[in-house]
Design a protein around this ligand. Structure first.
Ligand code: DX5
Ligand code: ZN
Length: 219
């Protein structure tokens, strides 16, 4: 199975985004992970449409957009317009999740659902076959650079079982505190895609760090 590395732009130097984008383009990374925060669903505000549009102009890889916002339905077509390929919403932020997922697909994007650390896998039972991706948060969303929550391994295994049992084709992505210390075990547990922010951008050689994560995940 192919494993995907998704560096998170949130940890890049915002005064030199083009440098970060070119680094990712020329690296072994698979996706650009783009974190959108509204200061309501999470206690932090990151960036919105104009910045995503600017990234898309230079990005040569899949745009994996993670919405940490309330009422995401209001903006689905806007995110398509600025270049999202995968659009992930939070289970906890959607009242009519099935409708939201259908709207994302109607716009021609892949549809993902993210679960906070406290949200059980079981809530996905009746939607799993409609999903292209499930994003398991391994930290509480809102900030980069937090410590990995160990309970994540168990959740990934449970999700893997649900996917196998239901016949869903959803990929499993993990987000928060991913490093060279936990990526192998996350991959063994069943994760397909790995978001890494601080660990990549705070390293001496981000491109080499990405290659190394890819090797460890693919073991
Ligand atoms: C957190 C975001 C993450 C964040 C990960 O709310 O969803 O994508 O950028 O950053 P690290 O890898 O530093 O935990
Ligand atoms: Zn994220």
């Amino acid at each position: 199975m192919n494993k995907f590395i998704a560096p998170s732009i949130l940890a890049a130097d915002f005064t030199n985004l083009q440098h970060a984008i070119e680094m990712i383009n020329n690296s072994k990374a698979d996706w650009f992970h783009i974190d959108v925060m509204d200061g309501v669903f999470v206690p932090n505000i990151s960036f919105g449409m104009p910045v995503i549009k600017a990234i898309k102009k230079h990005a040569a890889k899949t745009m994996d957009v993670h919405l940490m916002i309330v009422d995401p339905d209001r903006y689905i077509s806007n995110f398509k317009k600025v270049g999202a390929d995968i659009l992930t919403v939070h289970y906890e932020a959607c009242t009519h999740l099935h409708r939201t997922i259908q709207a994302i697909k109607t716009e021609g994007m892949k549809a993902g659902v993210s679960l906070n650390p406290h949200t059980p896998i079981a809530v996905l039972e009746d939607i799993i076959c409609d999903l292209d991706l499930v994003l398991i948060m391994s930290v509480n969303p809102g900030f980069g650079g937090q410590s990995f929550i160990e309970n994540t391994y168990k959740k990934i295994e449970q999700l893997k079982n649900l996917i196998a049992y239901s016949g869903s084709k959803a990929l499993i992505e993990v987000d928060g505190g991913v490093t060279d210390k936990n990526i192998e075990q996350l991959s063994e547990a069943g994760a397909d895609a790995f978001v890494a922010g601080s660990f990549v951008f705070k390293s001496e050689n981000p491109s080499e760090t990405i290659s190394n994560l890819k090797i460890l995940a693919s073991k």
